[in-house]
Design a protein around this ligand. Structure first.
Ligand code: SME
Length: 167
């Protein structure tokens, strides 16, 4: 059994460094993308407080298709032109949304979501996926959270083989 053991008295910066070490250990020895995406989503839900959804959407011909996640059932396909995930995919920039209700084309999958962080995953200069996290708390994600979670996404990305095909 893999146990995750984090000292909660750490500063935000050290908390994320510690989490990153644990994630590195969790994913070491495995490069399968789907396997690591599932583990990564569960790891985030298990270690970060106040989240209701965490998971991947993979790029498939100018469209995002739902991948492994933890949370309530979600929309399966999101065009690049729509939603917070689409904005991350087409701009290649992290989208940190303090209140999803003021974003006109936000796509509501879980009515409990009030804040959202979407991080694009770019490999060899190409957008491959986005990692999406939702929270029931407005203003859930600070700049420190954004930087820390970006580090975790980078560890997941570099630990996985992105040259995969379905069957
Ligand atoms: N809220 C996202 C859609 C995905 S779900 O939150 C899981 C968006 O606006 O793109």
């Amino acid at each position: 059994m893999f146990t995750i053991d984090i000292d909660e008295t750490l500063s935000a910066r050290d908390f994320y460094f510690e989490l990153n070490n644990q994630l590195d250990a969790l994913l070491s020895g495995e490069r399968d993308l789907i396997c690591n995406a599932a583990q990564f989503s569960a790891f985030i839900m298990q270690t970060l407080p106040n989240l209701n959804w965490a998971g991947l959407y993979f790029v498939r011909q100018e469209e995002l298709v739902l991948g492994p996640y933890v949370g309530k059932v979600a929309c399966t396909r999101i065009p690049f032109s729509k939603g917070v995930c689409g904005a991350a995919a087409r701009s290649g920039k992290i989208q940190k949304i303090n209140d999803v209700h003021i974003i006109e084309d936000h796509i509501a999958c879980d009515a409990a979501s009030n804040a959202e962080l979407v991080l694009p995953i770019i490999v060899d200069g190409k957008i491959k996926a986005v990692f999406d996290i939702d929270s029931p708390l407005k203003n859930r994600f600070s700049d420190e959270d954004q930087h820390g979670i970006a580090m975790l996404v980078e560890t997941f990305t570099s630990s996985s083989d992105w040259n995969w095909q379905i069957l």
